[in-house]
Each structure stands twice: as C-alpha cells, then as structure tokens.
Design a protein around this ligand. Structure first.
Ligand code: DON
Length: 343
C-alpha cells in the first residue's frame, strides 16, 4: 500500500516536473527575448497600413512608432523598440471599462444589458444597432461591450453619483491594470470631442432603445475621455498580463479583477476584440485580444503571457498591421495559442 502511494507520488512529481519544464521551456527568458527581437527585426520596416484620420489628432502621430512588450508570470518585461512613447488607448479601454462593470455588478450585468455576441459589423456601425437590438427586458440583447454602441452603454453602467465619481472608477481600473497613474492626452480628447457626432448619435440611439438609462451625453463624454488615456507598449503589456494572470497585476501584485470573472472578459475579447476581423484573428492565434485605432493591440495567453504592440498604421478593419503580425509571430514562437495542444 505504502509502496503504491510512493509510486503514485513519484509519478505525479515527474508529471508535474514535466509540465513545469514544458511551461518554462516555452517561456524561458532567452526564448522570450529572442522571439520579441526577431519579430521586431522582421516587421520594423513594414510600411503597410495608414494612421486613423477620422480623429484629426491621430493622423499626426508618428507612423514609424513601433514597440513590443511581453510580460510573463514572474512580472518580467521583455521589450523591443519604443515602449515609452504614449499613444491614446482608444478602444482597448473598452476592455477595462467592461471589467469595471463586471467587477462591481457581476458577469451577468453585461450579458443582460448589452449582450456578448459579435455583431460582425464595423466598430461604429449604426446598422448593427438596428439589426441586433431587442427591447431590453423582452429578449437577450445581441450586442457586445467592445463595439461603440455596447461600449458607450457599458460606460453608462459604471456607478457613481456624478461624472467625476464615475471617471475616478474608470481611470482607477486602468491605473490598477497598468500599475501606474495614467493621464488623458488632452489634444486627443479635444480632437475626438470636436468630431464625435457619430458617437453622440449612437449614444442617443442607445438611450432610445433602453441600453442607456439616462444622460447619454455624459456616457459619450466619459467614453471619449477613456479613449484618450495615454499608454505606451509597456503599460499595455502589463494591462494584458493582468488579464493573463487571473486579474492580478503581476508587477504590483494587486488583484484588479476577481479571478473567476476573467474568463468571461477574455471570451468577449475572443469574440469581438478585433471587430469584424475577430474570427480571422482567432483562427490564426487563438488569443483573446483587443485593438485600438491609436495603433495598440493587447493579447492574452492565459497563464502564460500578456503581450502588447504599438504601431499606428491600421488596416481596413481598423487594426494595427504591424501589431497583428508581430503578436502572431511571437505567440507562435512561444506556444501561446490556448486552443492548441499539439506543437
Ligand atoms: O469611438 C471611437 O471612434 C474611438 N474613440 C475608438 C475607436 C477604436 O479604437 C476602434 N478601434 N479599432
């Protein structure tokens, strides 16, 4: 009996060691840095894509800016290129505002009010609102918090007695996920506020259809402000890794989102993180991710790493060209696809 227990214990130990070795092999520091450096060198001179210009301030950002950062479980950052220059976070903020709502009101709050289904349409599609809306309370809404109508509605759901209180919570979760105090890029905020009539129309429609309960103007303004938060590639990688490691920031050790809530957040990212190209992205990488028109993309390999790339030129769907290529390359090199068991 005793011998059997020892044999079983030994077998478990060998298996555990094997798994650990495998995990370590996939993420040994030299391997990670090599993969990051190789992707940087491969895509450094790639000139495809174009800066977003429907927000005038974004057209002025240096298109050559290119930074890659990866964070592994030990909180170590592996980087190449410019990981210090800030760009506006744009739609990546949608993940963290959604996380704030989920953290304070539970996973079901977002599912019930907004929905967690892909629209298959562009991020600011108004046809998508008409196509998938249901009257709230009479059916499951088929929207998601990562396209503008759902995102503006999610912003409206953050609780607070006034705009300042709501904003403190929104910037708070971004700060906690990044591990430092972030600030709004005022030129981007002003530029987007001057030109966001389409988002105002979306906000008004979402009030009319019951997704937003009141004060759609405040929701659109706070949404515009959250999109203008300044981040660099390093910040974004730390934010991604907070989601990769059960909602706990691996650099500061702060629990930002309850662990059991993270899979739901990642599921929405997998479904809708790269807008109408989300399926294509998942097909090639298996990674929950989120892009922003400022040129950033974050991606999450659960339990393995968080990665971010900043490079402003975008493709037709609004996703950074170099970021998509570099993340795919690095994740493949590190065995990051959570859907793949065979190497
Ligand atoms: O609502 C907008 O138009 C921007 N503030 C955010 C859009 C965005 O980043 C979509 N990204 N791919």
């Amino acid at each position: 009996m005793m011998r059997n227990i020892r044999l079983v214990a030994a077998a478990v130990a060998v298996t555990a060691a094997g798994l650990a070795a495998d995990g370590l092999r996939a993420q040994a520091p030299a391997d990670v840095q090599k993969a990051v450096d190789a992707a940087y060198a491969k895509f450094k001179d790639l000139k495809e894509g174009k800066n977003a210009d429907y927000i005038p301030a974004l057209a002025k950002v240096d298109p050559n800016l290119f930074g890659i950062a990866v964070l592994t479980a030990d909180g170590k950052v592996y980087a190449a290129g410019d990981v210090k220059t800030e760009v506006s976070i744009q739609s990546i903020s949608k993940v963290f505002t959604m996380s704030q709502v989920i953290q304070e009101q539970g996973l079901e709050s977002i599912e019930k009010r907004i929905g967690v289904d892909a629209t298959g349409a562009r991020f600011n599609s108004i046809i998508a609102i008409e196509g998938v809306r249901t009257v709230v309370g009479t059916g499951a809404p088929e929207m998601n918090p990562l396209v503008n109508p759902g995102a503006i509605s999610a912003t409206s759901m953050v609780r607070g007695a006034n705009a300042d209180e709501v904003w403190r919570k929104i910037i708070g979760i971004h700060n906690d996920a990044a591990g430092r105090n972030l600030s709004v890029l005022q030129d981007v905020y002003k530029s987007e506020s001057d030109t966001n009539q389409r988002n105002q129309a979306i906000g008004a429609l979402m009030l009319a259809y019951g997704y937003i309960k009141d004060n759609w103007q405040q929701a659109v303004d706070l949404y515009t402000r959250q999109c203008s938060i300044g981040v660099n590639a390093r910040d974004l990688a730390i934010m991604a890794s907070t989601l990769a490691f059960n909602g706990k920031n691996p650099v500061t050790g702060k629990q930002v989102v309850d662990g059991p809530k993270v899979p739901g957040i990642l599921a929405v990212m997998a479904t809708a993180g790269l807008y109408d190209d989300s399926g294509k992205w998942l097909y090639h990488t298996g990674l929950p991710a989120k892009s922003g028109v400022g040129g950033g993309i974050i991606a999450v390999s659960p339990g393995k790493f968080g990665i971010a790339v900043v490079s402003p030129p975008l493709d037709d769907a609004g996703n950074s060209v170099r970021a998509q290529r570099a993340i795919t390359e690095i994740s493949n090199a590190l065995g990051g696809n959570p859907l793949a068991t065979a190497r």
